[in-house]
Write a protein that binds this ligand. Sequence first.
Ligand SMILES: [Fe+2]
Length: 389
Amino acid sequence: MSIEIKAADICSDYCQSDQIIGFGALTETEVDFGVGSVSRLADHVKSLGGKKVLLVTDPGIAEAGHMEWVMWILKNQDIDVLTFTDVRENPTTDDVSLCAKKSQDQSIDLIIGLGGGSSLDTAKGCNFLLTNGGEMKDYWGSGKASQEMLPLIAIPTTAGTGSECQSYAIIADAETHVKMACGDKKAAAKIAILDPELTLTQPSNVTSHTGIDAISHAIETSVTTKRNDISYQYSKLAFDLLNESFESEIKNPKDIEARSKMMLGAAYAGTAIESSMLGAAHAAANPLTAQFDIIHGAAVGLMLPHVIQFNSEDSDTKRIYADLFEGDLSGRVIDLLTIAGISRELSSYGVDKGNVPALIKDALSQWTGTFNPRTVGEDDFTYLYESAF
Ligand SMILES: [Fe+2]
């Protein structure tokens, strides 16, 4: 089996390509990719029978003018819009409940998530509550929604999480801060619109952090215990695109070809996550975000070189890393972090060695760590965190 990616999609014509790309092997999400693709939004909404949509986004996206543009496209085609603009980074159960409360009894027939992974995850989470009731933790895990869900259109404005190609919403418990992965095939977007132009307005630190996150997804998915031949092809394709274009994107933020490759790479990496999940870098990073507010991309990025070295003790994993990148992969990640201007030292984020036991406790409870190619126990997390000082 192959993932049927057309050669025309991996050429220098990224900017103008409006072809639908071969994501179909792992996800049923239809992808509309290319500069200006968001202008086709109303057609997509109508094709899914949408008449009154809930638009979920964050204040930054509203400020950047994207929300206004999207609303104009919809209203111009007589589609009613209810907006929820209160998305916060690393959304919690409270955020999702608020979104659902605002939109219930409003005859919403389609949901649009516009923004970074937090907006897309809030939109997905809200869909669970609106259509299946209960609370987010009822859907923690996979396939727990019994009722049909509303069609979702995902419009990412960052090249990062790849949430647009996943059926999982990552929602943190508001009290415990534990990140719950709540997934169901019905929750995946029906259509993902990948318009690289939408990433042009993002602040440079968002570009750098989301880019590192996407790169970490390509690397972590390539070696997990749940990987398969198809998911590996997505991981590899994602890594090649991201590794090739990240530096250009950072140095020249207006480089639309680099932006296009990053967006596509992030979506391919996100597609790989759908079946292969993630590994120890994410397990070690999530507690850093929960306890010290370290931005997700920085937290994952700074742990990743140590996780690569740790995992390389396993010969199969070492072989896969070598196939993914010819050369020293952990060294390459360190170079990319330097390009991104992201510190690799935990102490620079206000973490000291006395904090390690609490971090380890939290890391051991992370579901994602269970898919790491090498088992990661208490001693291993101690080694990983201490390596990062
Ligand atoms: Fe991530």
